[in-house]
Design a protein around this ligand. Structure first.
Ligand code: SF4
Ligand code: SF4
Length: 288
């Protein structure tokens, strides 16, 4: 019997890119942003002084977002990290860039690189272009949350020295983001999510309270890994270096599964070639 086709990869990529695009575009569209210089807050094109009660428009959605993520995590695990976090999305993007430029485990990029020398050259050029453009775009969007987009664009267009301290600060911010992107994307990667990110730690705390109950996570269905017959595809597919077949899969502090579903998808693909059912699936509850 043929197993189902991969189910999680495409919806996850769409969710990641939509979240990232929305987060990056919205300050430029004047939906919600602050101007720390003018001490104002803008909601959908209308600007108010940055004081009560107008500041509630920032505080209330933030509190709802935090509690919403906490509730989602209690039921679905660290799904926010795997499906929506901009840093996680960037780390996965950099996994592809690492594979094109240096060494990495990105399956699709590695397979494109093997196709021909022309594919290799094109992918490397694309990777360099991405490294130049994406961190700068992220840095400018983050700046636009706290500073008027019109002023940012005007400062970028100024000749060097014309914009004084503000111009120096903006270019220093861009340089810092390139450095952080290279360091984070190539070396620190998801270790930041495990050991530094405050939102990651909060989710790990929620997961550790819910873990013994019914939290969703990948489950390995057979009694023993002998059923895999030497296959290690899911281990290679896991971008946070877990073995999804472990009965007590690490979900909390220091080694969190992000419920991305890549291991479940790859197992379905591997087993479909043998016309068998997948050995991994997402399940809730105490049972394997
Ligand atoms: S164990 Fe599976 S679901 Fe969890 S992070 Fe790794 S690939 Fe994603
Ligand atoms: S992908 Fe499936 S068959 Fe391969 S090692 Fe993982 S669980 Fe076993």
């Amino acid at each position: 019997m043929a197993a189902p086709a991969p189910a999680y990869h495409l919806p996850r990529r769409i969710t990641q890119l939509a979240t990232l695009a929305l987060g990056m575009a919205q300050p430029w569209l004047d939906w919600v942003r602050i101007d720390i210089g003018d001490q104002t807050v803008t909601y959908f094109g209308t600007t108010y002084p940055l004081q009560m009660p107008h500041a509630l428009g920032l505080i209330i959605p933030f509190v709802i977002l935090v509690w919403g993520i906490a509730g989602l995590t209690y039921v679905k695990g660290r799904v926010f990290c795997g499906w929506a976090c901009p840093y996680g999305t960037a780390v996965e993007l950099f996994d592809g860039l690492r594979t094109a430029l240096w060494k990495g485990t990105h399956r699709r990029v590695a397979s494109w690189m093997r196709r021909s020398p022309a594919h290799r050259i094109a992918l490397r050029l694309l990777a360099v272009l991405t490294i130049l453009v994406v961190p700068a775009a992220l840095a400018l969007s983050m700046a636009a949350y706290l500073w008027s987009p019109a002023k940012i664009l005007a400062t970028l267009r100024m000749a060097w020295g014309e914009g004084g301290t503000v111009q120096t600060a903006l270019w220093a911010w861009l340089a810092l983001n390139w450095a952080v992107a290279l360091l984070g994307g190539f070396f620190v990667r998801f270790h930041f999510c495990r050991y530094v990110c405050i939102y990651g730690m909060g989710q790990a705390m929620v997961v550790s309270t819910a873990e013994a109950k019914t939290i969703l996570r990948p489950r390995f269905l057979p009694a023993s890994t002998e059923a895999c017959g030497g296959c290690q595809a899911c281990l290679k597919a896991c971008f946070v270096d877990l073995d999804p077949r472990e009965k007590h899969l690490q979900l909390g502090f220091g080694s969190g599964c992000f419920n991305c579903g890549e291991c479940v998808d790859i197992c379905a693909t591997v087993q479909s070639h043998k016309e068998r059912d997948p050995l991994l699936s997402f399940r809730s509850g105490k049972a394997r």
